[in-house]
Design a protein around this ligand. Structure first.
Ligand code: C2E
Ligand code: MG
Ligand code: MG
Length: 665
């Protein structure tokens, strides 16, 4: 096959075109990667330059040489600048303006007037060698592990190009070449070089494409391991470092500590001042934590307001507590936020937050990264419960409790699916008439292995895990269905009270749920009462009045459960649209022995009546207690004195008995 230089050039042009398109696509998709854009310019310049060379003889000679050489040289420079950009080397444009650009122009002009073609080629080759050498130097400086294969290949190829140019120069100097038809002639001594150089250039570009993809991969990995807001390592990177640390400390026998940090009151800032302020606060928090740590320690953000600190190489377990104390102190100082809500035009605001910290230690508590994280997390909850702004170490007892909890959580999930939950009903008695006027629905867990489990053993866990939402919904539906059955059986209308957890307020649309259940079961809204605790209401203060009003508008009755144990603020009592106050059992227990409790109970009854509520006493077990309540004008009670909570069938019998008694009267 006749392979002349012209064919080679055309092939080279096609290859360059393809790569130019590939780079153009990459540069468009990843606009912040500068290298490919330069390579694109390089390709275009080289392409046009070679085209100019190829067109010699067709267009005027001088023009062809000036244009073609300038463009090929500019192409070379772009290739180099692309490499510098790609590796993030700082590029001084002044250098380009003062040196490279004028140099290229001068060189081109010089070459146009130079009489000998070989001499021009030599200058071109010298230039190529210079550019390639700079490129290799830069690539060598920036060798990164991830790119090692590609950079080695690149250096190899560019190195070969340099060698080829050297040989070419030598040949050009030794073998005389005619001055005309240089490119299209068949007998050029450097024809071979063109072919080899063509192949090398093609490989060089191929490698550049791989470099781009490797670099992109590197960037993506980087992105995947840093938290974009604070630029701190994320969970992934932390886990890597932790595992690495464990391996190292295992050999050296040293200790490490993991501090799990949760901000107190962060949610309030976020809700009140907006997310921009929240973000700024998180950035400042990250800065304050970092300033307390040594170079070797790692602080990571796990998301939300959770941070984690890894202290490597600590001498004593107490060192972790010292750092924890310092962090708590640092985060308790007010933060000044400059950016706040758009609606809020105040320039800067002081906010006060705090932090709770859970600490787990290696090797005392666990020897795997995942377990250490889990334990620090558990300890953090312990710290939160002990009061905010505290730290707590993980302990063995905690582990047992946690495992029990996890186990219980799994079983509870299963229990809901397997329909092992039951609703028991405790009668509510009208004190004046001594008649059952309603019942409180109380959930039970009928476990096939452990028998009947009281709510105290599973409701708190259901609340923590969110399972309470499914449980609450089921209890509501089951109670309304049962209530409707009693109505259909001809019993007098009863008020059925269902407990509502704060989670149900916060995380689901309780209004929609109630409306749906009532419509589905046909149970009258006026006979449904929802019980909420004071603390539950206070936790959801923001929209609670609105939700309560909507429920009230549906015709539902509302009761405050365990009254007297929570905030007991008169201000909120007036604000919340409730119907019933349920005096907590703890006040009833010591009647008639404790004067204080008797006074409190009497006061609650009087105050409730003044504010227009009905008052019901919980946990009535004795005649004396009932007499006292009657004496003080309490409206109703529930308690073991009449009946414990019982299954629906037993409750039906109670209703039946009452029905017969009334019929007999
Ligand atoms: P609560 O709503 O204050 O329910 C009253 C608790 O006092 C019930 O305990 C009841 O059995 C008990 N009790 C009533 N009278 C007496 C008495 O005379 N003596 C004694 N010693 N105890 C009495 P239970 O059924 O164990 O429920 C405990 C708590 O569990 C409930 O307190 C409520 O907060 C929660 N709970 C029960 N069922 C549900 C439910 O379906 N959803 C939600 N969110 N919580 C529930
Ligand atoms: Mg209750
Ligand atoms: Mg109660």
């Amino acid at each position: 096959m006749k392979l002349d230089i012209f064919t080679s050039l055309i092939n080279l042009l096609i290859v360059y075109m393809v790569f130019a398109i590939a780079f153009a696509i990459t540069a468009r998709r990843h606009p912040n990667l500068d290298g490919p854009r330069h390579w694109l310019f390089a390709c275009l310049a080289l392409f046009t330059g070679y085209l100019g060379l190829g067109l010699r003889g067709v267009i005027p000679d001088i023009l062809s040489i000036v244009v073609a050489n300038s463009l090929t040289l500019t192409g070379g420079v772009f290739l180099w600048t692309g490499i510098r950009r790609f590796f993030g080397l700082r590029w001084h444009w002044s250098l380009f303006a003062l040196f490279v650009l004028p140099g290229t122009v001068l060189l081109s002009l010089f070459m146009t007037v130079w009489p000998s073609i070989p001499a021009r080629q030599i200058i071109m080759s010298v230039f190529s060698i210079l550019i390639s050498a700079f490129a290799i130097r830069d690539v060598l400086q920036q060798r990164s592990f991830a790119l090692i294969m590609e950079t080695n290949l690149f250096i190899g190829v560019v190195g070969t190009e340099i060698v080829m140019h050297f040989i070419r120069i030598t040949t050009l100097m030794m073998v005389p070449v005619s001055t005309d038809s240089y490119l299209l002639g068949q007998n050029q001594p450097d024809k071979l070089f063109f072919i080899v150089l063509f192949m090398l250039s093609a490989s060089r570009l191929l490698i550049l494409v791989t470099l781009v993809s490797a670099r992109l991969q590197n960037e993506l990995n980087q992105l995947a391991s840093l938290d974009p807001l604070t630029q701190l390592p994320n969970r992934r990177l932390l886990l890597q470092r932790l595992k690495h640390g464990i391996n190292r400390e295992r050999r050296s026998g040293k200790q490490m500590a993991l501090l799990m940090l949760d901000l107190d009151r962060f949610k309030t800032v976020n809700d009140k001042l907006g997310h921009t302020a929240g973000d700024e606060l998180l950035q400042q928090v990250a800065g304050r934590i970092q300033s307390r740590l040594r170079e070797a320690d790692t602080v990571a953000r796990l998301g939300g307001d959770e941070f984690i600190v890894l202290l490597e190489d600590i001498a004593h377990p107490e060192d972790a507590a010292r750092v924890a104390e310092e962090i708590v102190a640092a985060l308790s100082r007010p933060f000044q936020l400059l950016r706040s809500n758009e609606a809020d035009h105040e320039p800067g605001r002081d906010v006060q937050i705090g932090a709770s910290i859970g600490i787990s230690l290696y090797p005392q508590h666990a020897d795997s990264a995942e377990l250490l994280m889990e334990q620090a997390d558990t300890a953090m909850y312990e710290a939160k419960q002990a009061g905010r702004g505290c730290y707590a170490y993980f302990s063995e007892e905690l582990t047992i409790a946690v495992h029990k909890r996890i186990n219980l959580e799994d079983r509870l999930r299963h229990a809901i699916e397997q329909q092992e939950l039951r609703v028991f009903y405790q009668p509510q008695i009208d004190i004046a008439s001594n008649r059952i006027i309603g019942a409180e629905a109380l959930v039970r867990w009928q476990s096939p292995t452990e028998g009947l489990i009281a709510p105290i053993h599973f409701i708190p866990i259901a609340e923590e895990t969110g399972l309470i939402i499914a449980i609450g919904e089921w209890v509501l539906r089951e109670t309304c269905r049962q209530g409707q059955r009693w109505l259909a059986d001809g019993f007098l209308p009863l008020t059925l009270a269902v407990n509502v957890s704060p989670q149900q307020f916060r995380r689901c649309d309780i209004n929609a749920l109630v409306a749906e259940v009532l419509a589905e079961t046909g149970f009258p809204a006026g006979q449904l009462e929802l019980e909420m605790t004071e603390s539950g209401l206070m936790e959801n203060q923001d929209n609670v009045v609105e939700v309560l009003n909507n429920l009230r508008n549906q015709g539902i009755r509302l009761a405050i459960d365990d009254f007297g144990t929570g905030y007991s603020s008169l201000a909120y009592l007036k604000r919340f649209p409730v119907d019933v106050l349920k005096i907590d059992k703890s006040f009833i227990d010591d009647i008639p022995h404790l004067q204080d409790d008797m006074e409190i109970t009497a006061t609650i009854i009087a105050m409730g009546h003044i504010l227009g509520f009905k008052v019901l006493a919980e946990g009535v077990e004795t005649q004396e207690q009932l007499d006292f309540l009657r004496n003080k004008g309490c409206d109703a009670y529930q308690g073991y004195f009449t009946s414990k909570p019982v299954p629906a069938a037993d409750f039906t019998q109670l209703l039946q008995a009452q029905h017969e008694k009334m019929a007999a009267v």
